[in-house]
Design a protein around this ligand. Structure first.
Ligand code: ATP
Ligand code: MG
Length: 435
């Protein structure tokens, strides 16, 4: 596996803006057999970029810079790469061809500053930018492949895939001998990081030569399984398969699923709202949500999925007791007797929203997000989720409620509560789906 390094350039990344390009770059590089070992953030300062690049190119096979390729005075990545590698900047008309053509289509010609984007270190290849104006470039220098991509995230990602990846693959035989890094992500909810760690020890992931990583967030714990390797050149197909990292990962995923499968709600880039939406759409069911402590977060998450109008009917944020009464028909005496944060009220909210909106499923959340408002009997983080379903006039009404005790900040508790509600719905759909 080749050693990779990422240098993100931009003064705003040092203080005002979160550096995120390295995340998808590391992912793309990994798929190409380049393991990112270091990353750094540098301001728009030529000398600092030169210093970072010199350090990086000494220890890495592939260095990817992003940012600082634009036409403005503070953009100095091209000058820095030229200086660090001792190359002169040359004007390459082909570098700005795409930009000239695009501008001409709008009846405009490039400004002198924009033309400066055609300056490329001598000996470097142009990386075409199909999305924006600044082209990138890459060059080999002392056994290292140095590439510069623009800072705009969409441009950097697109160019990494279309323009840089082929260069890295062409360069690989000399260094990485075609090795690859494969990764699978499995997202869990409802099991703690330490319990997962214990249960997965049984699976023998390290023994299989795979790397296991656990990342906890309010939405649950993500299991990252990584395998390095290359296809075996053995003529025995069984041997070949055994060596193949994708195949070894697939085996490990099956073992993990066998051990803790009930906690896994999604894989890869998929989210809980996507998975739930897909199940609802596949079964032609409709949903209405009544939210108290999550304040519309569940509705927001569900509507993030394109096409959610096929199954989401409405979302009511019923924050006050009056709203729970007026909009959901939760009886006032019930609230007085057991309190708004209770299993009984969650049940009544779910049934109320389902009947009022005449959908197949009603989902509800009520809880105490904190930081104030907790009591010894009802502490901050106490959350009830309710579900009420009736899919046809003849079918029976089903109702369930679940209690959760979360910890963390107000925002974390809201996130966890939204995840718990969607997960309860997911599990119910699985149980009743039959398919
Ligand atoms: P251009 O000026 O042609 O758009 P550029 O290479 O000069 O290209 P920048 O000006 O450095 O790009 O950045 C453009 C935008 O992308 C800015 O909003 C910046 O904050 C953002 N950006 C740059 N680098 C990163 C990064 N590593 N992670 C997240 N956002 C970034
Ligand atoms: Mg910049």
């Amino acid at each position: 596996v080749q050693r990779g390094e990422i240098i993100a350039v931009g003064s705003e990344l040092l203080e005002r803006r979160l550096e995120t390009n390295s995340l998808f770059l590391a992912d793309e590089l990994g798929a190409l057999g380049v393991e990112v070992r270091f990353k750094s953030v540098v301001g728009d300062d030529e000398a600092d970029i030169v210093a970072a690049l010199r350090t990086a190119s000494r220890r890495a096979d592939v260095v990817v810079l992003t940012g600082g390729l634009g036409p403005t005075a503070d953009d100095c990545t091209r000058q820095a790469v030229a200086r660090a590698t001792g190359k002169r900047l040359r004007r390459l008309p082909e570098a700005v061809e795409g930009m000239v053509r695009r501008l001409a289509a709008w009846g405009r010609t490039p400004t002198p500053a924009q033309f400066r984007q055609g300056l490329i270190p001598a000996g470097a290849d142009v990386l075409a930018n199909p999305v924006g104006s600044a082209p990138g470039f890459c060059l080999r220098w002392h056994g290292c492949l140095i590439a510069a991509l623009p800072g705009v995230p969409a441009e950097a990602e697109q160019m990494c895939i279309t323009a840089l990846a082929p260069k890295i693959l062409a360069y690989a035989p000399a260094h990485g001998r075609g090795e690859r890094i494969e990764r699978r992500l499995l997202h869990t909810f409802g099991i703690s990081e330490s319990d997962l760690d214990l249960r997965l020890k049984e699976v023998g992931i390290a023994e299989a030569g795979l790397r296991l990583g656990l990342q906890a967030s309010p939405l649950g714990v993500t299991i990252a399984l990584t395998a390095c390797g290359r296809r075996s050149h053995s003529i025995d197909p069984a041997r070949q398969r055994q060596a193949d990292p994708a195949h070894r990962l697939e085996l490990a995923v099956q073992l993990v699923k066998k051990e803790i499968g009930t906690y896994i709600y999604a894989a890869g880039n998929e989210t809980m709202e996507l998975v739930v939406g897909r199940q609802l759409a596949a079964r032609g069911l409709t949903l209405a949500v009544a939210e108290s402590c999550t304040g519309g977060l569940i509705g927001h998450r569900l509507t993030q999925i394109p096409g959610s109008s096929a199954y989401l009917d409405r979302v009511a944020v019923c924050y006050s007791n009056r709203a729970k009464r007026d909009w959901l028909g939760v009886p006032a005496p019930l609230i007085r007797r057991v309190g708004a944060v209770s299993a009984e009220v969650a049940t009544a909210m779910a049934g109320g929203i389902r009947r009022k909106s005449r959908v197949s499923i009603g989902l509800s959340v009520t809880g105490i997000a904190g930081p104030d408002g907790g009591t010894p009997q009802k502490p901050v983080g106490l959350v009830y989720v309710g579900l009420n379903a009736k899919s046809g006039r003849r079918s029976r009404e089903a109702s369930l409620t679940k209690e959760f005790r979360f910890h963390g900040t107000r925002e974390m508790i809201k996130l966890r509560a939204s995840q718990a509600a969607l997960n309860l719905l997911r599990q119910w759909l699985l149980k009743t789906g039959g398919s």
